[in-house]
Design a protein around this ligand. Sequence first.
Ligand SMILES: *Cc1c(COP(=O)(O)O)cnc(C)c1O
Length: 410
Amino acid sequence: MNTNQMEQLAIRGGEKTVKATFPWPIYDETEVEAVANVVRSGQWGNPDCADLVARFEEQFAAYCGSKYAITCVNGSVSLRMALMACGLRPGDEVIVPPYTFIATASVVLEINCVPVFVDIDPQTYNLDPSKIEAAITSRTKAIVPVHFAGLACDMDAILDIARRYNLRVIEDAAHAHGAEYNGRKLGTFGDAGSFSFQSSKNLTSGEGGIVITDSDELYETINSLRNVGRLPHGQWYDHFNPGCNYRITQLQAVLLSEQLKRLDEQTRVRDENGLYLNSLLATIAGVVPLSRGDVAMRHCYHLYIFKYDKAAFANLPRKTFVEMLSAEGVPCSAGYPHPLYKQPVFQQKNFMCYAIPDSVDYTQVSCPEAERACAHEAVWIFQHAMLGTKADIESFAQAIRKIQLAVARE
Ligand SMILES: *Cc1c(COP(=O)(O)O)cnc(C)c1O
């Protein structure tokens, strides 16, 4: 191959920089056998049998260092049940970040409460604690910090505010399985922590979710909510709470038990690769990784995010940069096109049956940091690519450098 072919961008027919592909999910015959055994047993789920579900819940609680874990159908329902169990009333306000998946805010609507958007810290893309207090009113009852991309929120600052204003804290840890802050697993800092097991997440069974908590009271309520409002020692047709059937199957549970055995090593690899990629990007102008701060942490890189500055790329728009980087073989995207409050559901107040006060108006909301991240700054590399080798990680940096040189020549 001559130099020209090497310099030619893959999007224009040149050679791809990244040779590897990155499978996800990762499994072998162990998972296949585990699921097959459940199939053969005929013990697929309630009411006959839920011992394997209970076993996974114990395993996940032990892994996180929490007292209880309650599985459910997905990471939206887990978050909603955790909020419901906190005793929020219609019209109560819940502080959420605008740079996250829609579920973080839509589950607040679903319990007839009002999502209040507080901007992100431009260094981390997580909820900015210095902006929280200004958003607190007499109706504020809870904060939902999202450990976005698997990077821990500033929990010391958030818990301090929560204590002073008597607010509940429910961590949305949908990106954060196995990640740590000051040596402790994320999801264990607030009243409860919520995780998703949807296919893209760092621990998956295709779909699924879980809540972890140390609170006996929250555990009992959430356990009842996910099981049609039943109580553990009540009758099958006795319903005490307004829950639905949010249970998972034994097939999912055994898959999760096997996948959990892989999680810690996968998290170690992603964290190490993330630190390595940080060091490589430090030598390239116009690409700045999000900050890990000064606190000891274990980042699980559900996403590896860096800030793109087109000025260092001959004013190449981020959209084109991401197309070029994808063509070079880096699994990446530009992420969310808008902060959540710009979504039609909020702008047009399509609240359907939900009892959101008329005075709520999302057209007036402005979170400039989240808007900039969405409009032209953020670039996401997906978690499965962060499981590659050192050489693969080097090829990501090479691909960025190749684009930079190519656009500078034009
Ligand atoms: C995926 C996700 C959820 C919801 O999880 P589902 O299992 O898809 O319902 C909630 N919050 C965040 C930040 C997520 O990324």
